[in-house]
Design a protein around this ligand. Structure first.
Ligand code: GZL
Length: 339
């Protein structure tokens, strides 16, 4: 094929046009890719409710981390009802979110809705509380806290408090078993089950401890107050209060103080969560041991959700870092809790 000057000019024009086309395509796709990356994922998050300061901190942590990461968060508050959580998860499926994360209020009853999420190809992250399920393929992984250890740590404090490490002898005033009152969390929830189990396992070899009362206060301050009023009105004599969360503990302390009980002298109190009000009570001497349960799970939930949205796998169980604060620590330097 002979190429004349005009032919040359045509070829040059065609080459330039083609080159420009390629550049435009590359620009378009890189913008699309950038938009896709910065658009962020759509995360459906089903939260239990607002039953405690811990839960509200947990919610804020997720919302702030989602905003920070620039992802679209569909947040549903189930107001303490499992059926509302199931409805929320179904709406996330219908909306075709990229990832579903939820805090299961109780351990059982999730198979059907998680089957639906699996059929829709949407990965699920279980947060904070655990579920009891046969088919572990129905969720990608769990991020939360080790509640069995929290129960054990609570018991270990009491063992250290009441038993002389050198003689193995007991410190009780009446030389009788230490009488323990337990306020449990929400019935059927993994924190209530595991904190009770861990506590009992750690005390199993110490007959010097006796759990004489155990009722659920549903993690509510008002129920903690009400149960303690009942205990005192029934003249139940006890040495230790073991409470599954600070909200119930603070309610119980209020009831004891109203009846002239010197909670900083007469009763040993062990509480779980480590919200600021409980740390303040530890500093005052009202509480003797606060076992931390870390609510600030938002950044990790977002990080794991972004991995799942990219089709990556995550570890099955990830636990938050936590501490135990006791009367023997430098309580004035524990630092602010942020909730
Ligand atoms: C524990 C969390 C519990 C807290 C309570 O991880 O689920 O629920 O201990 C909260 O304060 O209500």
């Amino acid at each position: 094929m002979r190429i004349t000057d005009s032919g040359n000019q045509d070829m040059t024009r065609r080459n330039i046009s083609f080159f420009l086309f390629i550049i435009l395509c590359l620009l378009f796709f890189s913008c699309e890719k950038k938009a896709a990356e910065t658009k962020g994922i759509i995360l459906g998050f089903s939260q239990i409710g607002a039953e405690s300061a811990w839960r509200n901190c947990n919610t804020r942590s997720v919302q702030e981390a989602a905003a920070e990461a620039g992802i679209q968060l569909l947040f549903f508050n189930a107001e303490q009802k499992q059926e509302n959580q199931i409805k929320a998860i179904r709406s996330f499926i219908a909306y075709q979110v990229d990832v579903i994360a939820f805090v299961p209020i109780v351990t059982d009853g999730w198979e059907n809705v998680l089957e639906e999420a699996k059929e829709a190809g949407i990965p699920v992250l279980v947060c904070d509380r655990e579920i009891n399920i046969q088919d572990e393929s129905l969720y990608a992984g769990y991020l939360g806290t080790n509640m069995l250890v929290q129960g054990r740590s609570s018991a270990e404090f009491l063992i250290k408090k009441y038993i002389n490490p050198d003689t193995g002898k007991f410190f009780t005033r009446r030389n009788q078993p230490v009488r323990i009152v337990e306020l449990r969390g929400t019935e059927g929830s993994s924190p209530a089950i595991m904190r009770a189990r861990g506590f009992r396992e750690a005390l199993a070899e110490y007959p010097e401890f006796e759990i004489i009362y155990s009722e659920s206060g549903d993690f509510l301050r008002s129920k903690g107050y009400e149960l303690m009023c009942n205990i005192l009105e029934d003249n139940i004599v006890f040495d230790v209060l073991y409470s599954h969360n600070d909200g119930m503990t603070l309610g119980a302390i209020e009831a004891m103080k109203e009846r002239g009980i010197k909670t900083d002298e007469d009763i040993v109190i062990v509480s779980i969560d480590a919200e600021q009000a409980a740390i303040n009570a530890l500093i005052r001497g009202d509480i003797n041991c606060v076992v931390e349960c870390n609510p600030k799970q938002g950044p990790e939930i977002i990080r794991l959700s972004q991995l799942l949205a990219k089709g990556e796998t995550i570890p099955r169980m990830i636990f938050m870092i936590e501490e135990v604060f006791t009367e023997w620590d430098d309580v004035l330097n524990i630092g602010t809790r942020g909730y």
